[in-house]
Design a protein around this ligand. Sequence first.
Ligand code: ATP
Length: 323
Amino acid sequence: SGPLDKEQMQGLRGVREFLKVRTSYDVLPLSFRLVVLDNNLLIRKSLNILIQNGIVSAPLWDSKNSTFAGLLTSTDFINVIQYYCQYPDEIGNIDQFRLCSLRDIERAIGVLPLETVSVHPMRPLYEACRRMLKTRARRIPLVDRDDETGREMVVSVITQYRILKFIAVNNEQYTMLLKKAVRELGLGTYKDLATATMGSSVLDVIHLMVKYNISAVPIIDKNNKVLNLFEAVDVIPCIKGGAYDELSATVGEALSRRAEEFGGIYTCNEDDRLDAIFDTIRKSRVHRLIVVDDDNRLKGIISLSDILKYVLLYGEEDDDIEY
Ligand code: ATP
């Protein structure tokens, strides 16, 4: 192995050590706001609350039993849409569904409930990362217990995005050592990509996301050039106000409804180095990178889990996840 490999491993080891001495609690900003939704709320109302607060997910609270009741995410809304597709006559009832009926919806459409793993905020961050990779959970609630009442408390939720941002901001001395290029690392997915066009219907794209178990689909033109990216969170404004029939609208129409503050999509080239990707993560709100060639043609996609997996597991002896 050459000096580049040595440097790369040194960088990776530095980041891993950092994750072992920091806790999930350290990732949280000094002051933050947490929107927790009562499990008894109508699903329709929860959509409005998410949109009004500019968020895409929230922990659920069972106030009858005073317990944490899971996380509401865009997957739940996609499940409701699948339910609507299977039982279109139920549209009147869908309007009356509460968040606590989400489990019944999963059962009715035959999807396995997402495993809700939670971690204690004071456990090492490394542990939360490993659990994320093992379970495919993209967000993990930090659940603590109140000493006096013994009740569970949701402190916050950590995401892959927050963790990678935290790494990028605090480990520049290590991430600058990651000089290997995306191509050499084979970082991301390059075969069997799920894509759609501006003329595809929103429903088609949702079905693709379900089939591939992914949360974003690049939108390309007939020459394979990247025009945009449709993300699972883009579904939320589409069904606001119970407008399920509007899901037959095109991707183009749906994307034009994106909020003003939409951060844009991020692309990179196969020759870009991992240190440059960390610079992008440090500076911007990146949730995934589309890999394009010099003519902006689609080559691949790098998800945050691809990056986290590489950073945590590459070259590890107890590498229990296929790499
Ligand atoms: P997120 O992590 O934000 O939920 P995601 O679902 O796209 O986004 P993962 O669940 O990490 O990301 O993706 C799982 C795997 O699927 C990754 O290896 C990723 O490269 C790959 N992948 C993501 N999008 C696509 C796509 N449109 N077509 C094919 N593979 C994809």
